[in-house]
Design a protein around this ligand. Structure first.
Ligand code: ADP
Length: 477
């Protein structure tokens, strides 16, 4: 049956809502039709049995009443009584005939009123034909009338068998069938209406999801307030579509932000360069060694920013594979710090390197970049006569690099964003010092690619402490 239903429903392409409503309605109509048919059959059967019993009782009463009309002392029948009983029986649908033991007719309904007998038989015939109950026909049955052990007469009863309906019975069963039909029809109409409402309710989150996805396709990421779906899977679908929308929106904002940031970062050195060259071309400025040197520095700065952006792009898009090897992190840090000794000396910054030799599975070039970026920041943001402490430690699983400075510190509200691209706590200050806000974003990408993590603690005017944690073993790419 399920196959049949799906065949009917699948014949034409329809909306899910219509399909669901059709399937529900079809199922409900079938169920209601089955139930009402069954109820009608059971009701008719029960009513039939009740009528049969009632008619048997009536026949027994008839026989008993007739036998009461015999006077044993005079051995005569009371004809008035028999007549009354016979006419009453005729009105009830029983045509009786009483004969004595020799076969002589004592009383006969047909002899008495043939017209009425015919009319009653015709009415019963018509009624039974109209009713949905079982077919039957008129039969005659003989019943002995006894006085003690002796049979004194025979009563023939002609009736519609196995049973028949009186006018009242007929009306009753007709109204019962009409009521059952009406209830079934009302139930079907209600069920169809409820099916459509239910299908609409089920499909509304799907429609909302479709609308949402269509809006996303058009570039509209606004999420409207939607009602909760009652079905877990549909709610999950809606939630996933919303989170997709949110992610795309964030990516779009990030993309626009990134383009604006790149343009912003490049504009300053390019404008400086353009003004300088223009002034020299117009003869306002002499192209002295010092001025050419300044232009060269701006070009260097542009190249550096572009290189950083390229590098970050490669990291973020997994275009880079790490060339990992077993490296002593302590020795690596020692070498790098030596290269920055002059820079530290210029600001009278003290460097303390502590810890021990720790072998760790890293990409030498990329990890050097991490250490350099952190060290450059520490030098950049630490005032003269400050101090930088680097500590290398290791436990069973991880190697830790901790870099603590006595710099100006990072405001609490900026800490969550300092690893974001182009983020700078104090824009004007860092522009002067040359930072584009990419250094820490690169640090984060490299550390994450190594399967590690990084944390920062900072206090304004006291200093910052960056901690990097990297797995010792060969458990990442
Ligand atoms: P930048 O090139 O501007 O230094 P980074 O990504 O390296 O960019 O750093 C982001 C921002 O974090 C910096 O602009 C600076 O405000 C802050 N910062 C990073 N390191 C330190 C530090 N050691 N002390 C104080 N502020 C720091």
């Amino acid at each position: 049956m399920a196959k049949g239903i799906s065949l009917v429903v699948n014949m034409v392409k329809r909306k899910l809502k219509t399909q669901l409503a059709l399937v529900y309605s079809l199922l409900i109509v079938i169920i209601i039709a089955c139930i009402s048919t069954l109820a009608t059959i059971v009701m008719n059967e029960t009513f039939e049995n009740y009528i049969k019993q009632a008619q048997t009782i009536k026949k027994d009463e008839l026989i008993h009443n007739i036998s009461q009309q015999y006077d044993a002392t005079t051995q005569r029948w009371q004809m008035d009584g028999i007549h009354t009983i016979g006419m009453y029986a005729l009105n009830e649908g029983f045509i009786i005939q009483l004969s004595d033991f020799s076969g002589t007719r004592i009383w006969d309904a047909k002899n008495h009123n043939m017209e009425k007998c015919k009319q009653i038989m015709q009415t019963i015939d018509q009624r039974m034909e109209q009713s949905s109950l079982r077919d039957g026909h008129f039969t005659t049955k003989q019943y002995p009338i006894k006085q003690g052990e002796q049979t004194i007469a025979t009563l023939s009863i002609q009736f519609y068998g196995p049973f028949f309906l009186s006018e009242n019975d007929f009306q009753f069963i007709q109204s019962l069938n009409t009521i059952t039909f009406a209830i079934a029809a009302i139930a079907i109409v209600l069920a169809i209406m409820i099916s459509f409402l239910l299908a609409k309710k089920i499909c509304s989150p799907i429609s909302e999801t479709i609308a949402l996805v269509n809006n996303i396709a058009k570039g509209d990421y606004a999420i409207k307030q939607q009602e909760q779906a009652q079905t877990i899977e549909l709610q999950e679908l809606l939630t996933s579509a919303k989170s997709l929308c949110k992610t795309l929106q964030e990516n779009e904002i990030l993309r626009q932000q990134q383009s604006a940031d790149i343009a912003h970062e490049l504009r300053t050195p390019l404008t400086t360069l353009s003004t300088h060259i223009e002034a020299m071309m117009e003869g306002v400025w002499q192209p002295t060694q010092e001025r050419l040197q300044s232009c060269q520095e701006e070009i260097e700065r542009i190249i550096m920013i572009v290189k950083d952006i390229e590098c970050l792009y490669d990291f973020e898009n997994n275009h880079l594979t790490l060339q990992k090897e077993n490296i002593d992190l302590y020795t690596l840090v020692q070498k790098i710090t030596t290269n920055y000794a002059i820079a530290m000396h210029n600001k009278q910054i003290q460097l303390h390197l502590s810890g021990r030799n720790c072998m760790v599975w890293i990409d030498r070039h990329r990890m050097s970049q991490v250490i350099i970026n952190l060290l450059i920041n520490a030098i950049k943001y630490t005032p003269e006569n400050g101090c930088i402490d680097i500590r290398i430690t290791q436990d069973k699983e991880y190697t830790y690099l901790q870099m603590q400075d006595t710099g100006e510190g990072i405001p609490n509200e900026d800490i969550p964003y300092i690893f974001d691209r182009f983020y700078r706590c104090d824009k004007s200050r860092t522009r002067q010092s040359g930072g584009a806000g990419i250094g820490l974003a690169i640090v984060k990408q490299v550390v994450l690619l190594h399967g590690g993590s990084l944390h920062v603690k900072s206090e304004l005017a006291k200093g910052s402490c960056f901690t990097i944690q990297i797995p010792n073993k060969k458990n990442t790419q």
